[in-house]
Design a protein around this ligand. Sequence first.
Ligand code: FRU
Length: 505
Amino acid sequence: MTRRRLLQTAGTTAAIGAMRGAEIDPAWVQAMESVQAAVATASEDPERPIFHFHPPANWNNDPNGTLFYKGWHHLFYQLNPFGTNIGNQHWGHARSRDLVNWEHLPIAVWPSSALGERAIFSGGAIVANDGRPRLIYTSIGHAEPEQCMALPQDADLIAWKKFAGNPVLTTAAHGPLKVNQWRDPFLFRDSGQVYMVCGGNARTGRGGSGQVQLYRAAKEDLSEWRYLGCVFQPLERETYNIECPNLLPLEGKWVLIISPHRPCEYFVGTLDLEKARFTPETHGILDAGDAYASNISRDGQGRTILWLWGRTNTPPGHGWNGVMVLPRILSLGPDGFLRQQVPAEFQSLRASSQTFSARLLGNQVIVLEGVHGDAIELQAEFTAPNSSAFGFEVRRSASGMAAAVVTFQRGMLSVGNARTYIGDSNRVEVHLFVDKRCLEVYVNDGAVALYTALNAAPEDRGIAVFARELQFARSSDAPAANVTLEALQVWEMHPATFSLEHFHL
Ligand code: FRU
């Protein structure tokens, strides 16, 4: 591909400059053009989320290489440029100043047929001791997965080049131990050293055999690694494999997050890097809904940010499928469990607001008058005895069918098939984000967070609050539920910006 042909195709010189002499791979051009060709269809879909991060078009899954660098939040992600189903994994790329509004950037890493690559699977990013970021990803297409590195070609991290000495780590590092499904490097730093964890399983028949392996960089440029051992193997029999492990320090503890082919789980505990051993103290479900494959970044304010893929189950023909869950600030609660909170930056999207007065809710469903509930933020507080159920009907049709019912009942939250424990306090604080095909529920200051996909017709925009008494439900003279709605405020949300200005060849 000549420079001239590229300029004709793309009509811009922006990223050509950024490619800075790097050879232009026709496979990259083809992938970029394929995404561009799907943009019109994707952006015309009235059910595409407006404030959840999404690629310009087509399929995405895991967040990758999340990194805050020189004032920008960089987000790489698993992208299928060629369609709306999983496959052909590339690394898409975008950046944001505020976690809300994004600039799409050119595809950063793609499979090189010359290297025998079929796919670029998930991985992480870290700033090496020379001050330059590195991406480390799983290269697929060889006899065994390999961990490989890419380096930025410019100060803005737009163009990336694979390290000439790839792979930087192979399964040979494990000696006699056979690690299956070995992938998803995640990088962290401790006492001046750089560490990596990878997922996989040992099929040992002990526990579930899902394992997290730990490595330490043997060279400052991260081109060589030493295997330290299996840092964690959960006891659950059903954890037969672990994807996307994240190991991070948080407020004096260490947190391990795993994606075990079911909702992500986390452990808070201690880490002995010498013995290569993570010891859990508490264990929780990170998100019981449709979120998966976490990644972590640490921003300029010292906030630890959790990134998750949000499935949307978009039917074919819409030009897109998948989002990122809203980024979440992680902290530790006094009970030793995680708290997950949506960054205050999202308040910048709040448009008109409505406040509903406090009231006692009987056995009834109250539709919130005048709320167009397909792109809203909602905050509410309830006091309720244990004998009642209450919550919200979301994306309700004119005939009263709801796409999702958010129910609080006997210490549990349920949304569709997802159920999670919230604790038995009589006071429940609820924070909802509805964004077209996406719903997020945050409870009691982020002690519980749940993302789920929605399926509604564009005109189904009603939202209702309800309560009902459980104990006497079968009796004809059932008493009114004794649930008090203490406060309720709803904001309609402006769309976030997803600029395509830099998404060019
Ligand atoms: C998790 C995952 C990872 C893998 C990637 C491939 O969703 O299966 O283990 O690297 O997706 O897209």
